[in-house]
Design a protein around this ligand. Sequence first.
Ligand code: FAD
Length: 405
Amino acid sequence: MRDLVRTLLPIRWAEVPKPAYDVVIIGGGGHGLATAYYLATRHGITNVAVLEADYIASGNTGRNTTIIRANYGIPQAVRFYQHSLEMYAALEDETGANLLHETRGILWCAHTEMALRTERARCALNQALGVETVMIGPTEVKRLVPQIDLAGGGRYPILGASHHLGGATARHDRVAWAFASGASRRGVDLLQHTPVMALQLDGDGSRVVGVETPAGPIAAGVVLSATGGRVTRLAAQAGVRLPIRTHPLHAFVTNDHAQGLGPIVASTELMCYASQTERGQMLIGAEFDAQPSYSRQSSFDALRTYAWKMSLMLPFLRDLRILRSWAGICDISIDYSPIMGFTPVDGFLVTTGWGTWGFKAIPAGGEGMAELIATGRPPTLIEPFALDRFRADHVLADQGSSGTR
Ligand SMILES: Cc1cc2nc3c(=O)[nH]c(=O)nc-3n(C[C@H](O)[C@H](O)[C@H](O)COP(=O)(O)OP(=O)(O)OC[C@H]3O[C@@H](n4cnc5c(N)ncnc54)[C@H](O)[C@@H]3O)c2cc1C
């Protein structure tokens, strides 16, 4: 029996902001809160404010499908996400919160020879970097997921899968709450319903020196944008143009179903996935909308497509009812990798490009950004993800690993 009492860690809310902070973090999602937490816990920097336009985790952090994995397709990403996966596994002990963390494994099913080849390459790379991802055939797929239709509805036969054994889930809002609690108890000011309306620049516009809020101006030594899908317009105020577009992503849950789906099941080609929540609901997601938009309106088209695709693989889903659907807006970078670090404008940093895949990165992203802010030097794990990689022609193209599946 899990210790549910441990989930209710207190948060100290700040009523009004101070006139100045060493660090102002814009955005109280997972990345903003984790950065604040690690600034306080790892570096003793607590003169920090997290300014959240709405309530904490109201953005994608509270809307995602909670999948944590490290089965990426380029070495820089595999190392970074594996570190995050390991941090997640230790996060309940570190924060004292019950995060409903569960390692359950993920199957990425392949329906064509080409997809099998891609998954074999993924397994080889993952194993070379110490990540447990192994190729399995249809018989093993069926053993792990007895509910699966290996014929894929007669259209998408399952020829094999890469099995990422470390794949896990954790309850998203509890993760945000744990970081918020840990940061605020150490002196970080958390301000909800405090949108940053503008960035303050010094005389010649070469440095960001603070932010404008409805509660008045706040001076800052460093300003970090952790604003999810809203980053491009904020950065533009400092004259920073980011290679990011904002796209909606949808998800839905069904009514409760008897527990029984073991690993998370995904298709690399249909680009959809399903997992079962602790309550028994089937949680289903797919790829982001092709059309950029800031709309968080759930769409019937997405619902219909996701449901059709997923029920080809797991036909029992057809007997369930859709309970709830929702959408978030995702900051998709042109190379499908995150962007962490300095911008050309002094005092203005970003953690962005988390797209549809950034929940799993929250601990490692927060840890890395905190170290960068504290020391002025990017730690090795996040260094490849700097914004200047685009100028230097060092893009980290990894679209094949980027979905939430
Ligand atoms: C449906 C869906 C499913 C997903 N599934 C997964 C998954 O299974 N696994 C995975 O790893 N990732 C997944 N993701 C992606 C993941 O949720 C995000 O990448 C991650 O939560 C990003 O965290 P963040 O802190 O950068 O942004 P957010 O959580 O979006 O937080 C940004 C915050 O900034 C605030 N903000 C914005 N502008 C301002 C402003 N001007 N002033 C003050 N505050 C501001 C917003 O209100 C928001 O709270 C999914 C996303 C969606 C939408």
